[in-house]
Write a protein that binds this ligand. Sequence first.
Ligand code: UD1
Ligand code: MG
Length: 455
Amino acid sequence: MGQAKHMTTALIVLAAGKGTRMNSDLPKVLHPLAGAPLLVHALQAGGALDPARTVVVTGHGGDLVEKAAQAFDDRILCVRQTEQLGTAHAVAQARPALDGFTGNAVVLYGDTPFITAETLEAMIAARQTHDIVVLGFEAADPGRYGRLVMDGDALQSIVEFKDADAPTRAITLCNSGVICADADTLFSLIDAVGNDNAAGEYYLTDIVGLAGARGLSAGVVTCDESETLGINSRAELFQAEQQFQRAARATAIEDGVFIPAPDTVIFAHDTYIGADALIEPYVVFAPGVTIESGATIRAFSHLEGCHVSRDAVVGPYARLRPGAELAEGAKVGNFVEIKNAVIDTGAKVNHLTYIGDASVGAGANIGAGTVTCNYDGYFKHHTTIGAGAFIGSSTMLVAPVTVGAGAMTGSGSVITRDVPAGDLALGRAAQVNKPGVAARLMDKLKALKAAAKKG
Ligand code: UD1
Ligand code: MG
């Protein structure tokens, strides 16, 4: 077996199952874990092997699953398994998509999100000594898992729970389902798999016994049981989410992030936070967030698809939506929503404001209650605010509109035309004072109220 062969890997991800126990219309592999479908977790894990081809075997909810796979990576090949006749039958569907491929094939399950790159790499390495490598684990409760029957270091066979006798059921070393073998060998063994078993299914696990009969060897790489957690029910999905969150919090703390109440902070699968950032309690990170070192995210803030630079401060009670980009030292305060907008260095948007489809220049100050009126019901329009501009409280910026550098808008203005740099724009009715009118009005009202009480 040449080295080069070991370098090339194809992934086969099984995702045709129904997931009956999820009690859901959504295909099981599309249920989200840390903000990404289970399938994406499996694809990301397998992606660590830098596969030359990735094939997803779909079935139940195939259209949706294929869409999700292609959204993750449009080079992914999807094949449809119209009838779920077993895991060997599922893998066999991938054969045409791997036509002309030579190298290792790695079979993963789309509902098993925690397999690590290290484990998969250990399996590829073990291919140096074995024709088939199976990922096994010591199960605390072996339940209905397939059992790995060993002879010393060699894996003799995998026996499904349904087909196992009492001594075999007593084995605690179980099959995770992840298998790695040379692709040609894999498909040639699958050709020989029958369905004469308790389930009447074509078991992928049968290839191990068949390999032995052909003088091929099989071996086992083991990992922690938590890595092989597969999702079959909402309860297991919840358990997986907790497992993910625990690990993400521990990693962030380990990496030097200051999180005084880690149990209240929710991470997404791809959250990145630099060292010495401070994350206050009850912060939610939806997907696509990067926080640089030294930034502060104050309590009760929700962030998604955004980037927060060094020394920027967000919240408390702020919402950063996709495309929010905060430069160094920018400040976004309470009850402020930012969407698709750049807040440049040191700019401040401190209170009760919506900034959408906009750019706010360095050092600009946005007064409380300002709104970029970005949507006319059909199209979105851009607002540009120059460096050092001062936007008075409660300004309505009717986009498209530009406020020049160093310009000001009067409080309560509705700005519909561009404001040149350095100008003051007043877009509100001029104030009129009526001498003594308030006092006379109050006297009149007081008298009316007194009369009403008497009557
Ligand atoms: C399988 C293994 C078992 C292992 C266990 C680990 C076999 C025969 N058994 O059993 O040894 O301990 O996983 O969780 O392989 N699938 C398809 N098409 C099919 C059948 C299954 O795509 O026709 C997919 C499922 O969607 C799922 C995966 O393959 O993602 C495993 O199938 P499942 O029915 O859960 O196998 P188990 O009985 O759990
Ligand atoms: Mg299963």
